[in-house]
Design a protein around this ligand. Structure first.
Ligand code: DCP
Ligand code: MG
Length: 371
């Protein structure tokens, strides 16, 4: 008997770094629900279920089609009983009652509100919630609460900072950073990273990597850029963290969340006149400027590819790159390096493509990393 040709079964990988995920999400009704559940578990410090919902959301985001029945999800990875129960509800009723319950829950709502302030993390939000505080008015009226500088600035520019940054605004900020950097050393390298590099239309901030072709010279960059922005009168806030990077300590940084490169978390004043099509601000707001969050990271140039890959995201894409490296290749990947535990050696890379190749992965373009 002759074998009948059948259409090849394309299996979806459980690793986001083996999937191509554009910004086009055909399953938003499900992934929005999963995000709420994941965040709710995060507030309760239940990492397992939180990650399970994040992974499930990420798988659905990668599909070039909309799920219309549970039957269509049979071959998909990372969808457990709980996620399928939520999907079933959404398919039948257009919404999930479990999600609605969370959205109206006082604790969830309060923690969500408090963590929306720049400089307020889940720990601080929880502390304020336990004290019985429920609103910004409660916080600002409580004399026993000391707000650090970041949080004070967070409240001061709350409206602007919680409002999304547009692509046109990101482009204008790129020009501002480019100019500030070029005034220091014309040879400097500036790269847009984060969500805008992945092609997103809006972001919560704009992320850049800045470095110099001459190794070691990058040390002078951030302090000088900061000074330049200050002189221009557009620096509204700056949290500068000097480099604690030490090649000799690699690859042992791996359990830490942040990398050790010099970086600064900024709030800049952006003029309407500098943005093509105007600012992305509330209608009726006639100030002519807005505050925007900008992050600058400054790795030594020989670490550039790792930093760029690490800061381009998405978070889920990064998590799975590292998990894939660890589980499948016995390698350790972070924002600084790639280490092969079998060969006991560091693998060099000057481009992101080099890193994907070392990992035995097909190259995934930045705009396909919206996992
Ligand atoms: N990143 C990470 N882990 C963190 C923080 C950041 O892996 N704890 C990486 C992945 C992110 C990138 O850095 O994509 C930039 O961080 P942002 O918080 O700015 O995230 P995005 O730019 O992706 O999204 P947004 O549009 O919200 O800024
Ligand atoms: Mg960003």
């Amino acid at each position: 008997q002759v074998c009948s040709t059948s259409t090849p079964v394309t299996t979806v990988s459980q690793y986001a770094c083996q999937r191509r995920t554009t910004t086009e999400n055909h399953n938003k009704i499900f992934t929005d629900a999963f995000e709420v559940l994941a965040e709710s578990y995060e507030f309760s410090e239940m990492e397992g279920p939180c990650l399970a919902f994040r992974r499930a959301a990420s798988v659905l985001k990668s599909l070039p089609w909309a799920v219309r029945s549970l039957g269509a999800t049979l071959d998909l990875p990372c969808l457990g009983e709980h996620t399928k129960a939520v999907m079933e509800e959404v398919l039948q009723c257009g919404r999930s009652f479990e999600v609605e319950k969370i959205l109206s829950d006082e604790r969830y709502r309060t923690l969500k509100l408090f963590t929306s302030v720049f400089g307020v993390g889940p720990k601080t939000a929880e502390k304020w919630y336990r004290r019985g505080l429920r609103s910004f008015t409660d916080i600002l009226a409580d004399r026993s609460i000391h707000l650090n500088q970041m949080q004070q600035t967070g409240f001061l520019h709350y409206g602007d900072i919680t409002r999304a940054v547009s692509k046109a605004e990101a482009r204008s900020l790129r020009n501002i950073i480019d100019e500030a950097v070029r005034a220091i050393t014309p040879a400097a390298i500036v790269a847009l990273t984060g969500g805008f590099r992945r092609g997103k239309e809006f972001g919560h901030d704009v992320d850049f990597i800045v470095t110099t072709p001459e190794l070691g010279k990058e040390k002078i960059l951030l302090p000088n850029i900061i000074n330049g922005l200050k002189k221009q009168g557009i620096l509204l806030f700056c949290d500068y963290q000097a480099s604690t990077f030490d090649m000799a300590k690699l690859p042992s940084y791996r359990f830490e969340a942040m990398d050790h490169f010099a970086k600064c978390f900024l709030i800049l004043r952006l003029e309407a006149s500098q943005v093509e099509g105007g600012l992305h601000i509330a209608e009726g707001d006639s100030r002519g400027w807005r505050a925007v969050r900008v992050d600058l990271v400054s790795p030594p140039v020989d670490r550039y590819a790792f930093a760029l890959l690490g800061w381009t995201g998405s978070r889920q894409f990064e998590r799975d790159l590292r998990r894939f490296a660890r589980v499948k290749q016995r390698m350790i990947l972070d924002n600084h390096c790639l280490y092969d535990k079998t060969k006991k050696e560091f693998l060099a890379a000057t481009t992101e493509k080099d890193i994907f190749a070392h990992l035995g992965l097909e190259y995934i373009e930045p705009w396909q990393r919206n996992a």
